[in-house]
Write a protein that binds this ligand. Sequence first.
Ligand SMILES: [Zn+2]
Ligand SMILES: [Zn+2]
Length: 322
Amino acid sequence: MAQMSAAVFNSSLQYRTDYPIPEMKAGWARIAVKQAGICKTDMEIMKGYLGFTGVLGHEFVGIVDQCDHPEWIGRRVVGEINAACGICDFCKRGLGRHCPNRTTLGIDRHDGCMADYCMLPIANLLPVPDDISDDRATLIEPLAAACEILEQMTLTGDERVIVLGDGRLGILCTWALSTVLPEVTLIGRHPEKLAIADWRETRIATTPDGILPDADIVVEATGSGQGIVTAMSLCRPRGTIVLKSTVALQGNVNLSPIVIHELTILGSRCGRFADAITMIKAFPDMPLERLITGRYPLSRVAEAFEQAARKDAIKVLLEIRN
Ligand SMILES: [Zn+2]
Ligand SMILES: [Zn+2]
């Protein structure tokens, strides 16, 4: 059987050069991966999150290598990460991202993209326009998660927003919201990351002290669980808190402000890649490249993960082929 290089998690991270190349399936495409991004989810998986074993990775850009629809072969693509069943009630209503039978690239029963090749249904693929670089394309998945807020909420255009957390998700949410709203404040703890976030009219702060607790929307993207406490203290009555961190709430948290101030809590996860591509096309000056703080060949994946775990890292890339 033909073999490939892959970053495999199986109770520990292994770089292997003897992993089987995935076999073709009808309606699916085999993608030759060019570049993959390391994400917080990958680091959670390495702690045992979801009990996933297999090839890691869900952020990539690549070239379709094999496919039973020949018009796709050779195209540069990104891909939606949830492979829905296509036949359940959710799928029939266009909610494939909530399909109970879905598998998820590099996250749930589906080998990921930190390898020479990965597989996705053709329906998941989006061609990358020529004027979007590989670096920018690799950031489409996390940018889509930020765009999801715009899809979930109807905005009037004058909402005041506070984003908590200066990791890449917080920065991307800040940028996505600042494309439609004039007053977006990002609160984070790392001056060097806040400097990276400076784009358009974004306001930045290193502490919530002195910030008026009158935000219409507070986006919680600290990844710490405790961020909801700060979010509740900054949101105006009848405002909305958008929860972006997929971290379990730790300890005793008093949720009564939600009732007292009649706050709306909105859970927000992945978004549509098409929305992120549209945003990148409309805002070619969005400084996505600033988020890339490291690059490694796949063979040095262990080092890449070490760097990604450091506090000053934002997005670390694995370069798989040119
Ligand atoms: Zn991710
Ligand atoms: Zn389904």
